[in-house]
Design a binder for this molecule. Structure first.
Ligand SMILES: *Cc1c(COP(=O)(O)O)cnc(C)c1O
Length: 374
């Protein structure tokens, strides 16, 4: 006990495994004994259950969240000459896939409260070349999808939701991934629905797009050994399908635990000086993949070190905005052009957040942070 009080990880995926170890072992052994290691009933079962959970007709499992985004863009035929609007404050995968299909990422600044795309600024970024918007429900907080879908409908744009950090989050009555044209999920182990390896999925109500994704993820094969398009190999392992089916049954409980932890953080931290706690939009219910506060930029790295000395591990998601990354130099963005995203990168600090974080551990995080601020 003393030991766990002494060092608190930023996330802990081993505890979750330990709690359901027997169920997972049984399911994995069953797959191993079956001799079917890719696709098959374990993956089909996951697809059905996830479609029902998200509230869509179609779910296609694939090899990663990155592939899910790539396949969605490909299925809509987005490529050379097209522009896709997204946020500069996200993991590189979101924009990487836009470049990978040959399209141009157009970065729009984030808003000051949610870390998500500033929808007021999206309209000004739309050109005749714009084909799609990729909103990211960052840290598990849903984007205002009502407003975003209004913009998209007006301009006839495809909306590809990046739900990699937000499985189970809701906007109004609907889960994210069921509101845009397609939802893209990641089951990377540290995501709130995480497997024991890479994995991803695409959700949609569009049967034609679903069929296209199924074809593209399997080498572009239309009929057996007939190839209609250049595709990729992005099949999900049966072992991951079996593990994720089990984990999906616990997801709501885990998400509720994250919500309770976020509530406690907000309660204690919002009283502290020079700290901005994350806010939820009315209508949105997040799943707190991360709990990210903002502190004074000149203090951030110092606070982080001091917390570490007290056994509290934190993360910085993300230290640099994508529009200023060397890889996007060719796009010509200048420092100062997307000021909110740039300032946010200097201020963010993600505190320990995982369903099993105990009240005692959370106290230690809060008291340590208080001490660092005086
Ligand atoms: C993790 C992540 C991805 C990519 O998912 P992988 O499964 O790691 O390929 C995409 N977008 C966001 C916002 C992510 O956090």
């Amino acid at each position: 006990m003393i030991q766990s009080l002494n060092s608190i990880p930023a996330f802990d995926i081993k505890q979750q495994y330990t709690a359901i170890q027997e169920e997972i072992s049984a399911a994995v052994l069953e797959v191993l004994a079956s001799g079917g290691y890719i696709g098959g009933p374990a993956v089909a079962g996951l697809e059905q259950q996830l479609a029902a959970y998200i509230g869509v007709n179609e779910c296609i499992a694939c090899n990663s969240g990155t592939d899910a985004l790539y396949l969605a863009l490909r299925a809509y035929g987005i490529g050379v000459g097209d522009e896709v609007i997204t946020t500069p404050f996200t993991f590189i995968a979101t924009s990487e896939v836009i470049s990978a299909v040959g399209a141009k990422p157009v970065f729009v600044d984030i808003d000051t409260t949610t870390f998500n795309l500033d929808l007021q600024q999206v309209g000004a970024a739309i050109t005749p070349q714009t084909k799609a918007i990729i909103p990211v429900h960052l840290f598990g907080q849903p984007v205002n999808m009502t407003e975003l879908m209004n913009i998209a409908t007006t301009h006839n744009l495809v909306v590809i939701e990046d739900c990699a950090q937000s499985t189970g989050a809701t906007w109004g009555e609907n889960r994210v991934g069921s509101i845009g044209h397609v939802g893209c999920f990641s089951f990377y182990p540290t995501k709130n629905l995480g497997g024991c390896g890479d994995g991803g999925a695409i959700t949609t109500n569009n049967a034609e797009i679903a069929a296209k994704v199924r074809m593209l993820k399997n080498h572009g094969q239309s009929n057996r050994y007939h190839y209609a398009e250049i595709g990729v190999n992005s099949r999900l392992d049966a072992i991951q399908g079996a593990i994720l089916q089990i984990k999906l049954r616990y997801l709501d409980t885990w998400n509720q635990q994250r919500q309770a932890i976020a509530f406690r953080y907000a309660e204690f931290l919002s009283q502290l000086p020079h700290i901005i706690t994350p806010q939820e939009l009315p209508g949105g219910k997040g799943v707190w993949n991360q709990y990210t506060i903002r502190v004074l930029p000149e203090k951030r790295d110092g606070i982080r070190e001091e917390l570490k000395a007290r056994g509290v591990n934190t993360m910085v998601y993300y230290p640099h905005p994508l529009h200023l990354q060397p890889v996007y130099q060719n796009l010509g963005y200048q420092p100062g052009q997307l000021p909110v995203a740039e300032a946010t990168c200097d201020r963010v600090l993600s505190l320990p957040m995982f369903p099993e974080l105990s009240p005692e551990q959370q106290q230690q995080v809060i008291y340590s942070l208080k001490d660092c601020l005086v």
